[in-house]
Design a protein around this ligand. Structure first.
Ligand code: OKP
Ligand code: ZN
Length: 332
């Protein structure tokens, strides 16, 4: 399998996140990428496709914000990473303010997604990793080793450690090339950004299996009654599962997801893959084992559809490479 990476993604190294009321070391470490690379072996360097395919998904105001937010934060005399702390919610007017503190809140959904010195450079490279891996999808699958993840980022917001939605950018590029695209999101967390981006679209189809948002981040998205709107009515399928879910309970949801995807008859399947469904994940509560990942992958591969796998979460760092390698092995 072709594995695509760009070391420029290492430039994103946020220090801390607000987690359950305390600032703690950020869970999305550079070591996550290192652990995957060590387990996977040879990789191909991403090719620059420019800003065009990114701008097909993300708004111009948001992209401009991301590129200067850290400089603006430093310009306001602030130490450390840029972190939002006030949000234009609960009926506030959508004012277009200049102050960096106000702009951070306008373009973010949480306090766990700091913007640090190398964030833009890294996330731009991550989007190029996904686009390059898309170019390599043929009869077999290709893997985009993206870090930070992307599926919580919407058209005009960052959140959940995500800044640019790598899976959505690749899916949109494939749609623009005339393809029917299905997205299967099997990260532990609901892919709210991807859902929002394609909410009113019949193509791509968006299907997600994730922790019930009544108990887990991102709380306000991913409930079973969210099915899309307008031309996208019925083109979103959410399958929330409870804490403690192991393979026996996971697989029926997977079968349901794959049945829907098969009925859609896609030319391409984009898999947003998170290994945070692993039993030992420090921030998650499913119970999948390393040996379960090839089983899940083989179920997906049995669709017989070309697959682009885009890396999302997974925070049991020492086991991450092994879990990703196990998942990718199921596509051989
Ligand atoms: C990213 B991905 C505030 C945020 C709480 C966010 C989890 C983001 C997971 N600290 N947790 O889906 O793996
Ligand atoms: Zn996740």
């Amino acid at each position: 399998m072709i594995i695509v990476f760009d070391p420029a993604q290492r430039a994103h190294a946020p220090a801390r996140e607000l987690h359950n009321g305390s600032f703690v070391p950020h869970a999305d470490t550079v070591a996550r990428a290192d652990n995957m690379l060590a387990a996977l072996g040879d990789w191909t360097l991403a090719v620059d496709h420019g800003i065009g395919p990114i701008a097909r998904v993300h708004g111009a105001d948001y992209l401009a914000f991301l590129q200067t937010a850290f400089e603006d934060w430093q310009g306001a005399g602030r130490p450390g990473d840029a972190v939002p702390y006030v949000f234009p919610v609960v009926g506030r007017r959508p004012l277009n303010l200049d102050r960096i503190d106000a702009r951070l809140g306008r373009f973010a959904i949480d306090c766990g997604t700091p913007i640090a010195a190398g964030t833009w450079q890294a996330v731009y490279a991550g989007a190029q990793v996904a686009l390059t891996a898309l170019d390599h999808v043929g009869q077999g699958a290709a893997f985009a080793l993206c870090r930070p993840p992307g599926h919580h980022a919407g058209a005009d917001y960052c959140g959940g450690y995500c800044y640019l939605n790598n899976a959505a950018i690749a899916a949109q590029a494939a749609v623009d090339a005339g393809k029917r695209v299905a997205i299967l999101d099997i990260d532990y967390h609901h892919g709210n950004g991807t859902q929002d981006i394609f909410w009113e679209r019949a193509n791509p189809l968006f299907v997600s299996i994730h922790a019930d948002p009544r108990t887990d981040y991102p709380f306000y998205w991913g409930h079973a009654d969210e099915t899309g709107a307008g031309e996208g009515a019925g083109a979103t399928l959410n399958l929330p599962l409870p804490h403690g879910t192991g393979l026996a309970a996971y697989r029926p949801a997977l079968v349901q997801a794959l049945d829907r995807i098969r009925a859609f008859a896609p030319d391409l399947l984009v898999v947003s893959f998170g290994a945070d469904t692993f039993v030992d994940d420090p921030i998650s509560h499913f119970a999948l084992r390393t040996a379960d990942y090839p089983v899940i992958a083989a179920d997906i591969a049995a669709l017989g559809v070309p697959v682009l796998i885009v890396m999302e979460g997974g925070y049991a760092v020492d086991a991450l490479g092994e879990n990703v390698a196990a998942f990718l092995s199921g596509f051989d």
